[in-house]
Design a protein around this ligand. Structure first.
Ligand SMILES: [Zn+2]
Length: 141
C-alpha cells in the first residue's frame, strides 16, 4: 500500500447536493449520514457518490447509528462500478461543524476493523453554514 504525504479530495456536485439536502436546518431535524465513494487516482480522490440515510438507520437529533449490513452492500455495489469506499459523512446541528470524540473513535474503529484499499478513511461532517465553511473534513489512518 502506497503512503501518501498529501491527498487531494474533490467532491462532485452530486455529492454536495446530497450533503446539502440533509443539512439539519430545523430544530426537530435529525442527524443523517451515509458513506462516500471515490474514484482514486494516486493522491487525487474524486468523491463521486455519497449514499444517504437508510430506512434501517436509527437517527436522533444528536446521534446517527447506521445500518452496518446495508453499508456492506453499498460498498460492494460501488466497488463493482470502480468506486472505492473512502469514508463516512453525517450532519451536525452546528454552524461550523466539528467531529465529536465519539465520531473520531468510531471512524478510527472502522479503519482498524476493515480491510481497506486506502491508507485511511475520511470523515465529513456537514453543518449549517454554506460550504465550504459548513463542511469539516478529516483523515484518519
Ligand atoms: Zn457527529
Amino acid at each position: 500500500m502506497a503512503r501518501f504525504d498529501r491527498v487531494t479530495v474533490q467532491f462532485s456536485p452530486d455529492v454536495l447536493r446530497v450533503f446539502d439536502a440533509h443539512r439539519q436546518t430545523g430544530w426537530f431535524s435529525k442527524e443523517a449520514g451515509g458513506q462516500m465513494f471515490a474514484d482514486i487516482n494516486a493522491d487525487l480522490w474524486h468523491v463521486l457518490a455519497a449514499t444517504g440515510p437508510r430506512a434501517a438507520d436509527r437517527r436522533g437529533r444528536f446521534h446517527f447509528w447506521p445500518d452496518r449490513k446495508a453499508e456492506q452492500k453499498e460498498i460492494h455495489r460501488h466497488f463493482a462500478k470502480g468506486l472505492q469506499y473512502v469514508g463516512d459523512w453525517h450532519t451536525h446541528p452546528q454552524k461550523i461543524p466539528v467531529p465529536s470524540q465519539n465520531d473520531i473513535a468510531s471512524i478510527e474503529n472502522v479503519v482498524r476493523e476493515s480491510t481497506l484499499y486506502t491508507p485511511g478513511l475520511l470523515l465529513c461532517i456537514v453543518g449549517l453554514a454554506p460550504f465550504p465553511e459548513g463542511l469539516h473534513l478529516s483523515f484518519h489512518a
